[in-house]
Design a protein around this ligand. Sequence first.
Ligand code: AP5
Length: 219
Amino acid sequence: MLNIILMGPPGAGKGTQAMKIIAKYQIPHISTGDMFREAIAEGTPMGKTAAGFINAGNLVPDDVTIALVRERLSKPDCAHGYLLDGFPRTIPQAEALDTLAKEIKRPITLVIDFECARPELIRRISGRRVCAVCGAPYHVDTLKPKVEGICDLCGGKLIQRKDDNVESLIVRLEAYESKTKPLLEFYKKRKLLVSVDGLKGVDVLFQELVPLLDRIGTK
Ligand code: AP5
């Protein structure tokens, strides 16, 4: 069963591979970053709380993030699997997820860690554009849309994220190193972790993931 987590530093390609995985395997894409950005756009109280943290590159507090994921995972569409992108990012979040996954009887079956060197992360984040409507990621040099400024998937306008600047990125990378990287050991001990080379091309990497996902999906 595909109850998957995608992990890796900002810009490693989690969102890009997530779009391909959900299209092929028809499981819900639970991106905490996207959910926060939607809440910010809608001006909800949670969005207002999250905005300051996100724009500066800091993690949103655990209690807020865990409550968000708890609500999302309890929805009926997660009954046949789910893809978590950007959650968990701290040990308390991973422990809370263990409990949530047990509650819905969908334990984590695979954690994919995207490895990527820092200079490439900086190149990718500084050139990234995202669809304002569906969140699909593009790059000004290496992943251009068919029509400039327009999303191939939904026709939405492409924009630059507020946290995609060098100052925020330095904070995000530091948060990844200090708070999220320790989770690799957490999942390695549980024999759930597979690390892949995020420097490979988007399609090459996806073709590597398919046999792995097929195998896990039939268990
Ligand atoms: P979030 O939205 O999750 O951002 P992130 O983890 O920083 O990851 P990114 O979306 O920046 O990168 P990605 O790995 O998805 O890369 P992508 O595929 O787009 O979180 C944002 C913020 O929300 C956080 O900083 C935090 O404040 C808050 N937040 C979210 N979750 C939280 C949590 N659990 N707890 C607390 N706070 C939380 O690719 C990047 C670029 O590279 C694109 O341009 C793409 O086209 C290109 N690219 C991708 N793959 C390749 C490839 N293989 N080759 C060449 N180019 C590629």
